[in-house]
Each structure stands twice: as structure tokens, then as C-alpha cells.
Design a protein around this ligand. Sequence first.
Ligand code: TEU
Length: 550
Amino acid sequence: MTDFQKKVVYEIYPKSFYDTTGNGTGDLKGVIAKLDYLQKLGVDYIWLTPFYLSPQNDNGYDIADYYSIDPSYGTMEDVELLIAEAKKRNIYLMFDMVFNHVSTESIWFKKALAGDSKYMNYFFFKDGKEGNKPPTNWQSKFGGSAWQYVKELDKWYLHLFDVTQADLNWENPDVREEVKNVVRFWMQKGVKGFRFDVINLISKSAFEDDFSSIGDGRQYYTDGPRIHEFLQELAQNSFAKDIDIITVGEMSSTTMENCYKYAGKNTGELTMVFNFHHLKVDFMGNEKWVLVPTDFMKLKHILFDWQINMTKHDAWNALFWCNHDQPRVVSRFGSDDKYHDVSAKMLATLIHLLRGTPYIYQGEEIGMTNPHFKSIEQYRDIESLNHYKILQDKGMTEKQALIILDIHSRDNARTPMQWNNTENAGFTTGTPWISPATNYTKINVENNLADENSIFYYYQKLIQLRKQLDVIAYGDIKPLLFEDNKVFAYERNYKETKLIVICNFYPINYEIELPYDLTGYKCLLNNYQIDIKNKKIALKPYETAVFCNL
Ligand code: TEU
């Protein structure tokens, strides 16, 4: 098994990464063109979000054919060149496998619509009459009912996401064979990593006509009854056959107990998991389209709770703040303005030195922020556009709905990568499919590479440290819960090495008492002076202190 504890993964949303054709959307040749930049950063894997044939209703997570490349991104030859060119730079590809659902444009669904019983059983079609209630009162995660009526068949089909994303029936062994073949196909192309999209939703408990479900019905399909059986069957018949392949599962609303199995050392399922509990501290329960202040104390306890329990059960976490669905972390938990750089570095330190494998989302390494769009016309995300309407149906004004989108929309992460200060941030010579953040003139790759104290070089150092210090990759984790909740601190221990990480999460000066006499400890990373005197340190707003007894 590859040494995944020492690795760092970089997520690319190709649509917004770099456009080499001038059509306004990013493409695979754009990723190839930027491989030297990624090699300079020092990442080991590139997680590429879906670029397969798709009508793009959900920007590629609505896959029409797992085996062909959407022309807007390029060709199979581009994919093969990308894999080969990345490998020359010791970078490996992690492809995104969306197996909970497939596009209604797929041949499988078209055959089902034509009444082909074999393919109807690839999906969840339930009897029902138009105008009657759908089979259950489950809700789509993108708003509205999770059922769509098909008049020609006089049946409803299940879609936990967009109406054009029909849920696959994993109870059907033919479906399980199909997905194994997809993974094996990409393994033969040299792909060395797989991210499984909402993989913990694939096992739906037997559901009859049921309107008893409270809430959106997630309890009937999240971490479902056969999930571990299905995952083990997939693993043993595909990626587990290549010990160099790493896998990560996106676990929507999962439980810690299930994650011990999903990512346990010897459970035969996945290498690691994404869980999102720490990214719901500005939600109301599971409801994200609300305005609530971030509960940092809750964030601290959730993160540490996961770290301690996953360590205890020898299970492995992916470490992340950002991805293509999440707002930019420097806007969400740091500072967009006065303390932009120092808060971005603090957040990076906090997550990268925990126990797990860090993921960097494109632009996070240069401190890209939310774009703060001013009008609904600037938004593109199907989930955001749906909720813009739903919020107003609930009585909100347009302005109030826009305020909530500004904070929670997935488009916050999907604005063009900011390469330089030329028009459209150097992302495209055409009209970008989505507007860039207006601060690209200041926050961009070119400026970061020209400044030795930039956020980019700070991430580069964090990645180098992970390679150099075994305590980061293999150490245990012990929270240092200073009595006050303004500090996020922990220590890592491995053999004789102790690493102490202290993050001031607030925009205020802060002095804290240290648990140890740090005489002789080396202060790592900081390019600002930390004032240590008799076991006390003074941290300026959002400052970070990292010590090691090397
Ligand atoms: O996301 C799963 C998912 O539920 C998130 O989109 C998020 O939880 C959602 O915004 C509700 O708050 C995965 C992909 O990452 C996402 O881009 C896809 O849209 C989704 O699955 C469907 O494939």
C-alpha cells in the first residue's frame, strides 16, 4: 500500500481550472499545462472531479457515459496524456466515481424509459398515479421531492439529487458488475486513486409506500443496511487488487461508527473518508440554507472528537476545509480582508498537521475567497438556484435569499482559478462560464509565486514538513484544550518527537499559558516572531505557533 499518510491530494474542478481553447470553460489540456505548478507546490495526487460525458446539469456529477470524455473537457487522448505527464512528475491521478446515480441521458436510463425491464431494474421505479403522492415523502438534497413521475410508464423514479440524476439500484447485481467494470477500466488506464461520490447513500433500506419518514428521509438510505457488503464487494473485485491505489469515500451525513469500518485499517473497504460534521457548524442541524453564526467551540470539539475516535479505531481521515461544494475557508472561518494572509495560513496549519491525509482545493493554496456575487444572474449551481426560489417561497425577500447564497452557495468554490491579474484572472481568453472573484488582481498565482512569504510557499512548507517529519504522518493526537475557546491547540507524538500546534482562531491578541516548558523546542513554519517567555506565548490575531522538540 502506498504511504498515504505522507501524501497530499490536490483537488481540481476542471471546469474552473484553466481554459486552453477560449470557450470559457476549463479543460484537460489546461490541467496538463499547469502540472509544473502543481509539482512546485509538492502535491502527490490530483483528484479530478468528473469530466466524463455529461449534460452538465450538475457540472459533470450527472454522468451519461463513464467511459467517454465530455467534449467540453477534451478527449481520451488528453486523459491518457495527463496521466502520463503527471506520472513523469511523480503525481498520480485520483478519478471521481459517481455511482449513487447516473444521468437520465445515460443509455441505461433511456432503455429503462423505453420499458426495457432489465434496465428499469437498474433504477428505483415505483408504481403510482400522476397527481397522487409519490412513493415516499423523501426530499431531494437539491430541494423538492426525491421522486419524478414518468407518464409513459405510469411510475415514479428516485433521485436523491437533481431530477436528471437517477439513483442506481445497487440491490441489482448487474448494477454492481457495471460499476466494477468502470473502476477496472480506469485502473487499466493507470489511475491510482478513486474518490467515491456520496458512496454511503447507495444502500437503500427496503422502502414501501411510506410517508412516515421524519425530515427528508435520509435515515432510510444513509449508511444503509448493505453498505459495507457492497463496498467490500466493489473493493475486492476492483481497486483492492492494486495495492498502490488509494481510495476516499464522500460520506454524506455519516456516523463515526460507520467510518471506523469504511476507513478502518483492515476492513477491506476504503483508504480514508471525507466526513462533513466539522463543516456544518454554520448550519442549523443538517439545514444549510440558514444564517447562523459559526460555533467555533463546536468546530473544535467535532474535529478533536473525530481525530481521537478515528485514531482509537485505527481508521483514517481525509483532512480538508474546502472542496467544490464548500465555501472558501478563508471567507468562512478566517478573514477576507485585514487578516487575510495570516488567517489563511492559520487554517492551513491547523488542518495539515492533524492526523490524516490533507486535501487542498484549487485556489486554497493562494487564499482565494468567496466572490460575493451581487445578483442571482451570476450564480450557476443547480442547488443554489433551486434554493434561491425555495427561500423566497418560504417568504424571504430576494435580498435575504442572496445573503444566504453569498454564504452557502457551492459557486463560492467554483469561480475561475486566479492565475494572474490579466482579464478573467488569466483563466480564459473567452467569456468565463462563471464570473471570477473581483479580487483576482491581487490574489493570484503570479503574485504568490513572486512573494516568498505568500500563502503558496506556506502550503509548500506544510507539504514538505509532512514528508520530513514522521510525527505528522504517523503520530498520535492529543488536544490541548486551553480553558478558553479562542485557541485551537493540539500535540502530536511519535517515538521521541513531540509537535505542538497552537492556532489563535480569533482576530484579537491572545496570550496563553503553555503546558510545557518549550526551552530547546524549535519554532517551525512561522515567518513572524512568536514571543515565548516563561511558558507563555503571545499570539497576534489569527497567528499560529508550531513547536517541535527535534
Ligand atoms: O456532493 C454530495 C452532497 O450532498 C453535497 O453536494 C452537499 O452536501 C450538497 O451541496 C448539500 O448541501 C456530491 C458532489 O460533491 C456534488 O458536487 C454533487 O452535486 C453531488 O454529490 C451529487 O453527485
